[in-house]
Write a protein that binds this ligand. Sequence first.
Ligand SMILES: NC(=O)c1ccc[n+]([C@@H]2O[C@H](COP(=O)([O-])OP(=O)(O)OC[C@H]3O[C@@H](n4cnc5c(N)ncnc54)[C@H](O)[C@@H]3O)[C@@H](O)[C@H]2O)c1
Length: 318
Amino acid sequence: MRVLITGGAGFIGAHLANRLMERGVGVRVLDDLSSGDPTNLRPGIHFNRGDVRDLPKLWSLLQGVDVVFHLAALVSVPASVLYPREYNDVNVGGTVAVLEACRDVGVQRVVLASSATVYGDQPQQPVTEEMAPNPAVPYAVSKLAAERYLFTIGRLSGFETVALRIFNAYGPGQPLPPTHAPVIPLFMQQIIGRGSVIVFGSGQQTRDYVYIDDVVEALISAATASNVDQQIINVGSGQETSMRQLIEQISATVHAQASVIENSEASGGIQHLVADLTKARQLLKYKPRTLLAEGLRRFYALDPRFGAKAMTGKASAA
Ligand SMILES: NC(=O)c1ccc[n+]([C@@H]2O[C@H](COP(=O)([O-])OP(=O)(O)OC[C@H]3O[C@@H](n4cnc5c(N)ncnc54)[C@H](O)[C@@H]3O)[C@@H](O)[C@H]2O)c1
């Protein structure tokens, strides 16, 4: 099998590329390096720097490719509120470009990394794929639009399509940008550095944190499983964790007490979000293997920015 991974130098993409490479799959990566880092990719992976909206580049990279994993996107929820046009351009326009190129060249299947944010606030938890989406921020709208284009262009053009709604992925190599950083690496860094962590809202809001290895296994299954055409599938841990519980677990992992500043006036975002995994179990034979305590332990131990390897170099996406 030969695959193209757009956004393959990013957090999830590099883990996916390296795992596929280990399994003998031919891997091409297209990434503009707006946030990714190609040095996270193993030797032998064919890396191409470029924009996912560049059709001629896509045409040439897609020659001989069976499956496309479309991961390239802008990924910050707060940044999408500030720059909705840019999020629309890259996340929606980029998806349409990839699909158009797949139609032109002819591939078997496209797997889209969609997001649990499309659910927004829901009256019931855990959320199932049948629930009506309720996106509350431009990032979520862009992911929902990407799903719709995926299924529509796939159906019209005769290639298979599947969208994974990924919940909060975490693990070694996860980017830690200076603004809008994801909560787990941010809190880990702050607690290790004896800084304060700021909790927005009540601190009782819950999320579903899923370890990177489980996300990668789900993506690989989505590329090979039968009966997944035109399907939306949740990929989470199935475990609901509040912000308070998360801080306690991170403190226990890094053996340091967290100093918490509460900002209850500010919004903590969606109140609750946890995945129902029935469909993932049925269609992908998916079973999350790494519970939060173990995932945090591995993140802390394996990521050179933290823990035992802190002085040895850069983050690993192995
Ligand atoms: N990390 C999560 O918790 C999570 C949850 C749900 C969905 N997702 C989705 O999974 C995918 C990967 O997310 P991630 O966490 O690895 O983020 P990431 O930022 O690490 O990876 C995204 C990659 O896309 C690249 N990229 C951005 N714009 C591009 C463009 N115009 N052309 C080419 N490449 C471009 C970036 O350089 C980066 O390497 C995204 O589509 C994201 O929406 C992630």
